[in-house]
Write a protein that binds this ligand. Structure first.
Ligand SMILES: Cc1ncc(COP(=O)(O)O)c(C=O)c1O
Length: 398
């Protein structure tokens, strides 16, 4: 019902041109705040050159088949070794997609005797992985460590009877609100409870921590993360993902993860492209510094201008406003049509009724002028929203 009116504008919009701070939407140049191109690597000349050369040399077919059967290569193994080194873990397995990899990893790691304890705001890929789990699962309210302890008590009782084990799953950076999972506190609980910690750090890999190794490094508990998940789809601006862990866990995953065993391996250009991105991430700290310069400018300017940005502790920048869904769509229309600003909007049921969340993703490709321009525009649309100017049907012309 909604798709009919929204399609092509609010849903499935087409952003054209080179990926960067400015792109074309419906024929007009817009300032874009909705791409997870955190480090600006999507259009880095070195990345573009290596992607193109690798595609020319190998095409998209090589290697053919699943890794286990015929699709392995020295370069796949080399990328895994480089990721292990960077993540300070014993071993790494490449995944074709983050989403599918996470679902399949959960499926492989636990059986019906095991209990999964997870954060209530876990990403869809974690929730979908849980659906495959034949044993018990206990949820704790987002980042509520006291409640997590209660769930761990319950899980401990159960596993004492079943003979299974406990897997705690959370995120490094939560992609909607931008707050970090309380990894330090969770790792501390290992002194009291026997469990393994699995962290989805899709938004933290490349953006958080001194070297960019993610939220575990940021919080000083990298070693406490038993199983680390990162994707190439955000800071690395590509496709693919990986899990780093102990040699025995990774070896087990290699022989038990259905999404990798029963699917063609990552095409060579993606593997070679990922190596180049990882090299830049490691050797050019200015990429991350530029990102954080924009993050700090954006978040502090928004706060100074009176906007509510919640509890973000990462580049993900939510802006919470009060209004109905029609007001949200009219506000977005105004931003796009009259200010040439493109950002994503999140409404009920992802956030409570009556709340509009604008989600801004600052990147190294943005400028301080982009920040100033956006704050000025946001201040104007906020006045309109408060004066009730966005009430009524949303009409997209053209
Ligand atoms: C927290 C989180 N986990 C996993 C994924 C899935 O990653 P991919 O895009 O590589 O499938 C995403 C991406 O949307 C994510 O935000």
């Amino acid at each position: 019902m909604h798709a009919k009116n929204a399609h092509g504008y609010f849903t499935f919009p087409k952003l054209e041109g080179e990926i960067g701070n400015k792109m074309i939407f419906r024929g007009k140049k817009q300032l874009i705040w909705s791409l997870n191109n955190y480090l600006g690597l999507a259009n880095h000349p070195e990345v573009r050159r290596v992607d193109a050369e690798a595609s020319k040399q190998y095409g998209l077919a090589t290697p053919m088949g699943a890794r286990m059967m015929s699709g392995n290569s020295d370069l796949h193994e080399e990328l895994e070794a480089q990721l292990s080194d960077f993540m300070r873990k014993e071993d790494t397995i490449l995944l074709n997609y983050g989403y599918q990899g996470m679902v399949s990893a959960i499926d492989a790691l636990v059986d019906r005797h095991d209990v999964i304890v997870y954060d209530s705001e876990a990403h869809a890929c974690i929730i979908d992985g849980l659906r495959l789990h034949m044993g018990k699962r206990f949820v704790y309210p987002h980042n509520d460590i006291e409640n997590l302890q209660k769930q761990l008590e319950r899980a401990t009782h159960l596993t004492e009877i079943s003979g299974g084990a406990i897997l705690v799953i959370t995120e490094g950076v939560f992609g909607m609100s931008g707050d970090q999972g309380k990894l330090k506190e969770i790792v501390e609980l290992k002194k009291k409870y026997d469990f393994r910690l699995f962290v989805d750090d899709a938004h933290g890999f490349g953006t958080m921590g001194k070297t960019g190794a993610g939220t575990g490094e940021e919080q000083g508990v990298q070693d406490g993360i038993d199983i680390y998940f990162g994707t190439f789809a955000k800071a690395m601006a590509s496709i693919g993902a990986f899990i780093s862990s102990t040699q025995s866990v990774v070896e087990y995953l290699r022989y038990n993860m259905r999404s990798q065993i029963f699917a063609k391996s990552l095409p060579m250009p993606l593997v070679i492209g990922a190596m180049k991105r990882l090299e830049l991430l490691r050797t050019q700290p200015e990429l991350k510094n530029n990102l954080w310069k924009i993050v700090h400018a954006l978040q502090s300017s928004l706060t100074k201008a009176g906007f509510e940005i919640g509890n973000t502790q990462s580049p993900v920048t939510p802006v919470y406003l009060n209004g109905t869904i029609p007001e949200a769509t009219n506000l977005i229309l105004d931003l796009r049509e009259n200010y040439d600003i493109f950002c994503s909007m999140v409404v009920y049921p992802v956030v409570p009724k009556g709340i509009i969340m604008l989600r801004l993703i600052p990147t190294a490709a943005h400028t301080l002028e982009d920040v100033d321009y956006t704050i000025a525009a946001f201040s104007k649309v906020l006045v309109n929203l408060k004066e009730g100017k966005y009430v009524g049907d949303t009409v997209v012309s053209g």
